[in-house]
Design a protein around this ligand. Structure first.
Ligand code: KG4
Ligand code: ZN
Length: 343
């Protein structure tokens, strides 16, 4: 048998990632684990309602998704024919939104005869940490998003276990609901974060909830803000306007303290090799500072994704999908999206 003079290079693994679980339509192209393109179209239509309106989200995904995918492929310099697989967020999320991404992904798979990889959105947020980072494992990951607040024990990018969860609201929801109460826009997290930078975080103490084990609870702090504002505004109708920076700083301070308290407890119990922070709320500046400090105090590497991979994005979906692709772990074309985490 003769060896060809110029043997073809082993085929690169090129994954198209698609994310449409909530209100961001996103596509990303990943080649052998490296991000070539990461494109997202956010939906401003929800701002006027102070929250995501599911039907409007589905309609916006429908008009955005093909242009977003085309742009990602163009930026990456990749044609449809070069794709090795399509990874898509299968759930949890809004059903109408998920259906748009999943059906487009299936159409591409059928058209180009490549496998479909249905990715769990929460696992994708953890996979975001593996983009551009060599992670020391096992890692203890604090996942904080608009819909979830969890402590996750990560043995590998595709092997993880939830060891703590919120009993009611997620941390991101606590930010968003507070912003709504104070008449700020949506999503509220970044707005509270911005105002908090100019406020005194110790001025107004807010309570932490009592929870069992490594669980979280954020519905109490939101209610305490509601009553606090009602009482103070009775005394002085201009109270909110005058004090908003201190209120934001104090409220944010307590959310961060509640998160750090459970993280520290989990570190003591589980003794991880590293720490991770992911999900949309990981863009919060006070949380990032507290998390980095925790890593220093515990002498553990503390990883946070690049800003582009904190809030919902398709690069994290492609990254989770890439590892599944290498293992040949594919999803059947008759699989349906799932709205809830436990399905
Ligand atoms: O992960 P993500 O983009 O979507 C979900 O999977 O839910 O997270 C969105 C959440 C929203 O609640 C938003 O207010 C929050 O992340 N968020 C922030 C910041 N940036 C985004 N919360 C606090 N501070 C921020 N800078
Ligand atoms: Zn998310």
């Amino acid at each position: 048998m003769t060896t060809p003079l110029n043997p073809p290079k082993p085929h690169a693994s090129i994954i198209l990632g698609i994310e449409s679980s909530c209100d961001d339509t996103a596509a990303s192209v990943l080649c052998d684990g490296k991000i070539l393109a990461n494109v997202a179209a956010s939906q401003s239509v929800h701002e006027q309602y102070g929250g995501v309106v599911p039907e409007l989200a589905s309609r916006a995904h429908q008009s955005n998704i093909i242009p977003v995918i085309d742009q990602a492929l163009k930026q990456a310099g990749i044609s449809h024919e070069q794709l090795s697989a399509v990874a898509v967020t299968q759930g949890p999320g809004l059903m109408g939104s998920l259906l748009v991404g999943n059906n487009v992904a299936k159409g591409l798979c059928i058209a180009h005869n490549v496998p479909l990889i249905g990715v769990n959105h929460l696992q994708a947020h953890v996979a975001a940490l593996f983009i551009d980072h060599e992670i020391a494992l096992p890692m203890l990951c604090l996942l904080v998003s608009g819909g979830h607040t969890q402590l996750i024990w990560v043995e590998a990018i595709d092997s993880m276990e939830i060891i703590g969860s919120t009993q009611d609201d997620a941390a991101g929801e606590a930010f968003d609901k507070a912003a709504k109460l104070m008449g700020l826009g949506y999503p509220g997290g970044p707005l509270v974060d911005k105002l908090a930078k100019e406020g005194d975080a110790t001025k107004y103490p807010f309570p932490d909830a009592h929870t069992e084990g490594l669980n979280f609870s954020f519905s109490g702090i939101k209610t305490s803000l509601l009553y606090f504002l009602r009482d103070k505004q009775k005394e002085d109708s201009a109270f909110l306007e005058k004090e908003i920076r201190h209120i934001c700083a104090s409220y944010q301070h307590q959310i961060v303290a509640s998160l750090m308290k459970r993280l520290e407890k989990a570190i003591k119990e589980k003794k991880p090799a590293s720490l991770g922070l992911s999900g949309g709320v990981s863009a919060n500046s006070a949380l990032r500072n507290a998390f980095v400090l925790m890593g220093k105090q515990k002498q553990l590497p503390a990883y946070i994704p690049d800003f582009a991979y904190c809030t919902d994005n398709a690069a994290m979906v492609a990254m989770a999908g890439y590892h599944r692709f290498l293992q040949g772990d594919f999803t059947s074309l008759d699989a349906t999206p799932y709205a809830r985490a436990a399905h």
